[in-house]
Design a protein around this ligand. Structure first.
Ligand SMILES: Nc1ncnc2c1ncn2[C@@H]1O[C@H](COP(=O)(O)OP(=O)(O)O)[C@@H](O)[C@H]1O
Ligand SMILES: [Mg+2]
Length: 265
């Protein structure tokens, strides 16, 4: 009996989604038109399941960052509702590390904000640096690190928040192709090890296919959900795998059609 009640209680509180976006639209004031509005996102409905890795793919300016900002609670939707399982962690193209702190102290700061006791912070920061394969970098200053290493620290800092949902906005777009490829593998490994849910924004089709369990294509002006693909290719994947290449071709064609349809670019 007690077990039944406990189970029912657990079911009632079971998390069904890491993120839920329901009929979300977002408008901004249109530049040059007093009182006018520019519709950027139009009626977006999308769920990210617990532990799922979704990539959100679309041309520049289609509203990807706007949608992530809404999920992060940095802005409010004009219509519709947003719900996330706890407060998400964020990672951007710019590492946004504090340059006056060492790599380790940047991570320790995130731990401090989470309420981790001082005595435990150092060890936890070391563990996170190890997770992103930067063991020994604790005392390094940001300017001493390469672009790829900075993004590793930024990832460790995002993980330090212990969020269940990680929002990533083109985090590897400024890196060279080889470094990006290595970081894809690291991210896939970390995602599998931690069971995190990830919503990863990119305009790079191959990147979207390499990483995701599900690729969601956003159309432009306004951003609408155009199509989605479940990616059944076994992980870990290589960017040059023929299955990755084939699906990328199919998605690129769809993306081109979307761009042509809107007469942009
Ligand atoms: N705070 C804002 N105020 C006005 N317009 C904005 C704002 N943020 C984004 N936009 C507009 O919304 C559109 C989508 O931008 P964004 O979400 O950054 O696209 P993406 O990340 O897909 O490149 C662009 O036309 C951009 O100019
Ligand atoms: Mg953007």
């Amino acid at each position: 009996m007690a077990t039944t009640i406990a189970k029912a209680a657990a079911d009632a509180t079971a998390v069904t989604h890491a993120a839920r976006i329901e009929h979300v639209s977002k408008s901004f004031p249109a530049p040059g038109t007093p009182g006018g509005q520019q519709l950027v996102l139009d009626d977006i409905t999308l769920d990210v399941a617990p532990g799922e890795f979704v990539t959100l793919l679309g041309a520049s300016g289609c509203g990807k960052s706007t949608l992530l900002n809404l999920l992060a609670g940095l802005d409010l939707p004009s219509a519709g509702s947003i719900d996330t399982d706890g407060r998400p962690a964020l990672m951007f193209q710019e590492h946004a590390l504090f340059p006056w702190l060492t790599a380790g102290k940047n991570i320790e700061l995130a731990l401090k904000l989470r309420g981790i006791a001082k005595a435990e912070r150092r060890q936890e920061a070391e563990r996170l640096l190890e997770l992103v394969r930067l063991q020994g970098a604790h005392r390094k200053r940001v300017h001493e690190l390469s672009g790829g290493m900075r993004q590793r620290v930024a990832l460790a800092r995002a993980l330090a928040q212990d969020s269940r949902l990680l929002l990533m906005d083109e985090p590897f777009a400024a890196l060279d192709a080889i470094t990006r490829d290595v970081l894809h593998d690291e991210l896939t490994r970390i995602w599998r090890e931690t069971g995190l849910s990830v919503l990863f924004v990119t305009h790079n089709v191959r990147e979207a296919v390499k990483l995701a369990q599900r690729v969601v294509l956003l159309s432009s002006r306004p951003g609408r959900l155009a199509r989605e693909w479940n990616v059944g290719i076994p992980q870990p994947r290589r960017i040059e795998d023929s299955a990755v290449a084939e699906l990328s071709v199919e998605i690129t064609e769809e993306l081109r059609r979307e761009i042509r349809r809107h007469g942009q670019h």
